[in-house]
Design a protein around this ligand. Structure first.
Ligand SMILES: [Zn+2]
Length: 389
């Protein structure tokens, strides 16, 4: 439940019942009308204490749920849990306070009305709307008030269930975390990089996994856009090993892609990124996993969690390089449109043809252009994981 603010039930100090009747006998009667029952929430797999009472032609009872202290300013989606039982009213009135106007003599709450047909809802979180809430303006900000008033004849029942405020922005101090795409759960949890630092001349990522072809290495296919992750031993050592999503995200490509074999691309809404000019910012990124075998475990549009298995290491379609995971990070929109993108293959082929004249200006210029295309779109994945783990 991290990052979300809840007022779960009547025991919470942010759950406040107010009686608007004049005399104490009436208030005692209103108090006697409460029912208390338990309800299981299948979404969060927990049970709540919930109150209910009959609707009323006169306004006599209001129930306020206050946004818990410490919530930062920002846009929130506010939701109420509506149980299947004891919630037959079709016209339950809520107000959500989203601003306080101090321009007049007394502070005035500005709020929105929402009418909820509880008879249609059973054991679900129901949205009351999205609001920009700045708790610095006062304790009333974010308050969800529920009224017993409804002209239903005969009276129906309304439930007073939990309320939650879901921040629609990353909370200050929360870090969106990314892990290595290979390794045991313990290896991926541990500080990055783990284990020994080098395997021969190759940097180690996690456990025994090393990068045989680090970012921007110049090799057969130009400048490398990412890492080629291998286990020590022959090319079969890492074949069939599980590959994991490095972070929470959405699959934007999953399937066969030419010489890649099978390929998965995942969009991540936010990460800490150091751009080639050294500036740092938070922005979306794409992670790409190449040379998977045909048992791809995710499909287009699927939401994935950090550490979720997405496939198994296979072979590139041309099978020239042996089993390994090709892994890279793209910080532009390039992979959204061209998941199988590879920088300037045509130029690289031409360069191979010309390779007898490596010192020529044309060769060197073409090489620089390819390098620029890599740098303009891809990040060093090793540095990226170090900064975001
Ligand atoms: Zn590669």
């Amino acid at each position: 439940m991290t990052g979300v603010y809840y007022v779960i039930g009547p025991e919470d100090r942010n759950f406040v019942i107010t009686y608007h009747a004049e005399d104490s006998t009436r208030i005692e009667y209103l108090k006697s009308q409460w029912r208390r029952f338990r309800c299981y929430d299948p979404a969060l797999a927990q049970t709540y204490e919930i109150l209910s009472r009959p609707t009323n032609p006169n306004l006599e009872v209001t129930v306020d749920r206050y946004l818990p202290a410490g919530a930062p300013a920002g846009p929130y989606r506010v939701e109420v849990f509506v149980p299947a039982k004891h919630a037959t009213s079709k016209r339950v009135i809520f107000t959500i306070t989203h601003h306080i106007n101090y321009s007049t003599a007394a502070a005035q709450e500005e709020y929105s009305y929402v009418m909820v047909d509880m008879s249609e809802l059973s054991d679900v979180w129901h949205p009351l709307g999205e609001f920009y809430l700045d708790p610095a303006l006062g304790r009333e900000i974010g308050k969800v008030r529920q009224y017993d008033l409804s002209l239903e004849e005969p009276p129906a029942e309304a439930a007073y269930g939990p309320v939650r405020w879901l921040p629609l922005f990353p909370l200050p101090g929360t870090r969106i975390r990314f892990d290595a795409p290979v390794g045991t759960p313990e290896e991926r949890e541990a500080p990055f990089p783990t284990g020994r630092v080098m395997f021969g001349k190759f940097p180690i990522w996690v456990g025994k996994w090393y990068d045989a072809n680090p970012f921007l290495s110049w090799y057969t296919y130009g400048y490398h856009t990412g890492a080629d992750l291998n286990l020590p031993g022959n090319s079969e050592a890492d074949r069939g090993k599980e590959v994991y999503s490095i972070g929470d995200g959405t699959v934007t490509f999953a399937g066969r892609a030419g010489s890649w074999g099978n390929l998965v691309v995942i969009a991540h809404p936010e990460a800490k990124v150091t751009l080639p000019d050294g500036t740092q910012r938070r922005q979306p990124i794409f992670s790409r996993y190449g040379h998977l075998d045909k048992r791809v475990l995710v499909r287009l549009g699927q939401r994935v969690k950090r550490g979720q298995p997405i496939g198994y290491i296979g072979l590139a379609a041309n099978a020239l390089t042996g089993s390994h995971l090709h892994f890279d990070i793209c910080y532009t929109n390039l992979l959204a449109k061209r998941p199988a993108h590879w920088p300037n293959l045509d130029v690289i082929r031409a360069l191979h043809w010309y390779s007898a004249r490596r010192e020529s200006r044309a060769y060197i210029n073409a090489q620089l252009r390819i390098r620029q295309e890599v740098v303009d779109n891809y990040l060093d994945p090793f540095t990226f994981l170090k900064e975001n783990h």
